[in-house]
Design a binder for this molecule. Sequence first.
Ligand SMILES: *Cc1c(COP(=O)(O)O)cnc(C)c1O
Length: 365
Amino acid sequence: MIDQFKRAHNFNAGPSALPLSVLQKAQEELIDFRGTGMSVMELSHRSAAYEEVHHQAIRLLKELLSIPENYEVLFLQGGASLQFSMIPMNFLTREQKCGYVMTGAWSEKAYSEAKLFGNAYHAASTKEDQYRRIPRFEELQYNKDDAYVHVTSNNTIFGTQWKDFPDTGEVPLFADMSSDILSRPFDVSKFAFIYAGAQKNLGPSGVTVVILRKDLLEKANTNIPTMLKYSTHAKNNSLYNTPPTFGIYMLGEVLNWVKEIGGINEIAKRNEEKAKLIYGAIDRSNGFYNGHAEKDSRSLMNITFRLKDENLEKQFLAEAKKEGFIGVNGHRSVGGCRASTYNAVPYETCKAFSEFMVHFQQTNE
Ligand SMILES: *Cc1c(COP(=O)(O)O)cnc(C)c1O
C-alpha cells in the first residue's frame, strides 16, 4: 500500500503522519462535500452541514476518551503554545501560585509564560538529569491552595512519557498532552484541564483541543480579552468566531479512523508493538545505539537515541534519509536521532526502520 501511493516512511515529530484512509476520504470529498456541491472549506461555519461535522468531532472525542459529562471540549487556535499563556491568564490569581513539573523544553516554555502572569514555580524538575526521566510522585512539591499544577504528559523532544499520573487531590491538575493524546487510555477525571495541538496524533495543525472541567470556568479571571477567555468558547460551542473548519473536519475523520480500527485500547496496543520494534533494536545493539530516556520513562511516541560517535551518527542520519526514512533527526536543540511513532505511523514503517538500524550496525560496527 505504501509503495502504491509512494507514501514516505514518515517519522516527523509534528506535523506528522496522517492515516492514509483519512487522506483518501478527504480527497474524495474535497470538491463536493456530501452532496453540498461545495468543499467543506467553502461551507459557512453556521451551516447545518458544517455544524454536523463540528459536533460529530466533539462527540467522537468524548466517546473515545470517555470524557465525563462535567467537562467541555473546545476547539481553539494558536497551537499548544497559546495555551501556555491562556492558562495562567484565565486561572492564575494574584493570591495564588502555580506549580510546573519540568520535564523538558515544552514545560520550560509553558513555565516562562506563566511567570509573565504571576507566581509560577517548579513543582519538580529533572533538568539535572538531562531530562532523561519523569520525576517520581514523591518528588513533586506543591501547595494545597495552588491555582493548579502543570505537567507535560509526553516530552516530544527528550522522548520521555508519564506512565501514570499523580493524584493531586483538591489542586487542579493541568496537562499538555500535545504529543500523546489519544495514544493510550487514561483517566480524564484525574485532570482539571487537558490541552493538545492537533498536529501530532489528532489531525492537521491549526486546531488545538482543550478538555476542561466546567467548574473551572466559574472561577476564571474576567479581565482578559474575549477571544482569550475559555468561557467565550465554551458558551458558544467553539463557534464564537470562525473556527478552523477544515482542520476540525480532518480531526473528526481521524477520530472516526481510531474508532473503526477498534478505539483507544487497540491504538495503545499497536503503539506498544511499534515502539518495541525500535527500542528492541536499541537494547540489542550492545551500546551501538544509546536510548536517551531511562527505561521506565521511555516514550511510546518519540524514541530518542544517539550513536556512540558523532561522525557515525551523521552517517546514520544520512543513510536513513537515503533509504526514505523522513524526520529521524533529533530536535535542533538536542541533536541525536528521534523516531516519532504517532498513532498514524504504520507498523510496517517501524519494522522497516528497526531492520535498517540492525543492518546499519552490522555494516558499521
Ligand atoms: C508540539 C508541542 C507543543 C507546541 O505545539 P504548537 O501547536 O506548535 O504550539 C507544545 N507542547 C508539546 C508537548 C508539543 O509536543
